[in-house]
Design a protein around this ligand. Sequence first.
Ligand code: GLA
Length: 385
Amino acid sequence: MIKDTSTDALKQYFIQTIGHKPELICHAPGRVNLMGDHTDYNNGFVLPIAIDFGTDIAASLRDDRLVRVIALDIDQNENIFSLDDIIFDPENTWSNYVRGTIIALMQTYPDIKGADLVVSGNVPQGAGLSSSASFEIAILSTFSQLNQLSMSGVEAALKGQQAENEFVGCNCGIMDQLISALGRKEQVMLLDCHDLSLQYASLPKNLSVLIINSNVKRGLVDSEYNTRREQCEAAAKYCGKNNLREVTLNELGAVKSTIEPILYQRARHVITENNRTLAMFTAVHNQDLAAISQLMADSHQSLKNDFAVTTYETDTLVAMLAQFLGEQGGARMTGGGFGGCVVVLADELLIDAAIDVVLSQYQQKTGLVPDIYRCSAVNGAFVDS
Ligand code: GLA
């Protein structure tokens, strides 16, 4: 179930607990990726949208150097720390997203002031829809506005990523934070993770985005994720390159007989996925549903067979949806994998029936009840609406 976050309730709660009105309320969205998974940390291409589920923060500056943050959704759990002594909190792990983000922020802006913050969000957690990136970007947007910093969306994304990599301990790429900062309403973003250049294309009006949460408890996500990353780095090194973005399929083919088979497969996924992401951007731009359908099917197979990050449940969802949609839409796993969500991009007229297909077959085949979210593409936190 998605919680209905009302910023009025957030504001009221802030007044009750902090004792005055918040100076501002900031919002940062979660994301769903339409194409290009496990490519960002290989300097490749990704094609996400920011979604209409996100994190809200009600905030006011304080006169001292304390940060007091209350997580409305985690039993109103309260955490206080000083800007002059930020350490990892092993008990209230949620607070490390705030702590790590502020450490990264203070490397550039050491003079920020303390703040009172009340946080609430409706991105399903652990589903692969970037609840943590939306939290980080919401924090950065909040501190940027409270302290009148002229921080850009790209700068914020890099700081959010730095918090994950250096403080929280997940070696993620830049996609999630960047789309949360700079997504655009009704548009997909083509991000080149090599130089962080961006292009946007309008989502065709007759197409809808549907997200289906397999509700598989994602296990081993961080450790397996970090292993995939190491394998990609090892494959690039074997080919004599800095990263897989620099390796062509021909160059990979030339080392096929000597490279470890698993490294060959990991690299083949990344190289072909980069090509599919560029092709998908063109297909969305041209409203070419048959191409979208084929590209999403190919991507899922590659994530399954070469990258080994799908599960029986996400494979089952994709198979039943692909069979139903034919050339009128596509389905693939999205995000890091190991459970999590499947994304569908399909003709709006088929969405209700696609939901019926999932509701009538998924539980029977897997014993799990799916959660289903209809989504639209929205502005990121650093885009003026
Ligand atoms: C997670 C990471 C991203 C990206 C995806 C896979 O969401 O946070 O950086 O690597 O997995 O595409």
